[in-house]
Ligand binder design. Structure first.
Ligand SMILES: Cc1cc2nc3c(=O)[nH]c(=O)nc-3n(C[C@H](O)[C@H](O)[C@H](O)COP(=O)(O)O)c2cc1C
Ligand SMILES: [Fe+2]
Ligand SMILES: [Fe+2]
Length: 395
């Protein structure tokens, strides 16, 4: 439990056990499920936590309000990492009124057979807690259709749901000002790109809608409460939802027997020769797709290399391209290289990706038949150099 301001408390929990979020995305430093109590004469609980943490959650709540009842349970988002405790909360607080929009209340009934007191709110609806006020804004598809945010105008607090959240359990503190937040920023890119990345347009609409609000703190459902870093966090969301990349490159390649790997080494030499330092290099079989997607969202440039495999593209590269297409990644400068032994397919598929609408292909694709030669090395270095130059002139 942690008091954020006299009438707002953090009552969320850390999950340091879950290996993968949504059974997909690695949680190398855990994740938090954030929930908050807003205390006026009436009391509102904003979102809940993963059901496995109910005991700790209830302890946190009781530490703040003792045996007082909770009047309202506001559900900003129905994904089970936040809605999981609705049923158990209702058992402990039978008179609690569930607050959500039409879609939320329908989902609550569908998931948890909820039929107790409820209040249906819409865009701009207000709810007085007598001392604190809650106002609701709908932000559909950030990250489900029912998603909304809750704003408390007196304190300038936005309970933003998954928006502005990140992976990483909370190490001792809750507020950004009391922690080293640097490790959370790469985890915000990873969270956004992996989970919300597909919905850039909807995030843009949400940012416009919330742009007029006075914001003193943003309380998301994962990661730190943002106060002194609000500007940086909103700027990051602006960038990511517009699919704008930073001035750098991610060089991602697959290789089974080391031939395409030699090409990748030469491409990297070309990047350095071209004066670019800000790049990452990933071998597909060693780096989890979660981090590859994050780097593809982070950087303006992508260099992709793969062997031909069963008359198609090396499967891990095929998976990556599908992950990126699925998220609508665009505005990228892309260079490609690949290899084959008898009939090349890899470069053809990579070139299709690099020349799709919204993408710009950089340099000449390099295609290698069988073994690596000096000539191939030269072409790969030229590709790297061309990318470095294009990236450096793009700013
Ligand atoms: C399972 C498997 C399937 C392959 N399928 C093809 C193919 O359909 N067409 C082709 O030209 N080469 C094919 N190759 C050959 C590789 O594309 C080629 O040897 C490539 O240079 C390997 O790159 P690497 O050393 O980076 O793994 C295949 C290789 C393997 C191991
Ligand atoms: Fe979610
Ligand atoms: Fe979530």
């Amino acid at each position: 439990m942690k008091q954020l301001i006299p009438s707002i408390y953090y009552v969320g929990v850390n999950d340091r056990n879950k290996e993968r979020f949504e059974c997909l995305w690695p949680l190398s430093s855990g994740v938090s499920y954030n929930s908050y109590l807003v205390v006026g004469k009436k009391i509102a609980l904003i979102d809940t936590v993963d059901v496995r943490f109910f005991a700790t959650f209830l302890d946190n709540i009781r530490e703040v309000i003792g045996t007082r009842p909770i009047d309202y349970l506001v559900i900003n988002h129905m994904e089970p990492d936040h809605s999981g405790c609705i049923g158990l909360i209702r058992q402990v607080y039978p008179d609690i009124c569930l607050v959500g929009n039409k879609k939320t209340l329908q989902m609550a009934e569908g998931f948890y057979c909820q039929s107790g007191p409820s209040l249906c709110v819409g865009e701009g609806s207000e709810l007085s807690l007598e001392g604190m006020d809650l106002r609701f804004y709908l932000i559909p598809m950030v990250h489900w259709p029912e998603t909304m945010v809750t704003y408390e105008p007196q304190s300038g607090t936005l309970f933003s749901g998954d928006a502005f959240g990140c992976f990483g359990a909370l190490n001792g503190g809750v507020l950004d000002s009391e922690m080293d937040v640097e490790p959370y920023f790469p985890e915000m890119i990873r969270y956004y790109s992996n989970i919300v990345g597909k919905y850039g347009t909807q995030v843009q609409m949400a940012l416009k809608k919330l742009g007029g609000l006075t914001l003193r703190r943003i309380c998301p459902t994962h990661g730190p409460v943002w106060s002194e870093s609000i500007g940086r966090v909103i700027a990051a969301y602006q960038r990511m939802s517009l699919y704008e990349g930073e001035q750098g490159v991610s060089l991602i390649f697959g290789s089974m027997y080391g031939n395409t790997l030699l090409m990748a080494e030469s491409v990297a030499e070309g990047l350095v020769k071209g004066g670019l330092k800000n790049f990452t290099m990933h071998k597909l079989s060693r780096t989890d797709p979660s981090y590859l997607i994050a780097d593809a969202f982070r950087f303006k440039g992508l260099l992709l290399g793969a062997p031909t495999y069963n008359n198609g593209l090396y499967p891990l590269m095929e998976q990556l391209l599908s992950d990126l297409r699925h998220r609508g990644l665009k505005n990228r400068l892309i260079g490609c290289f690949g290899s084959f032994t008898w009939a090349g397919q890899a470069v053809k598929h990579l070139t299709e990706f690099a020349t799709a609408p919204g993408m710009e292909m950089v340099g000449e694709p390099v295609e290698m038949k069988q073994g690596f030669t000096r000539e191939t090395g030269l072409k790969c270095r030229q590709l790297g150099e061309a990318m470095a130059r294009r990236i450096l002139e793009a700013e």
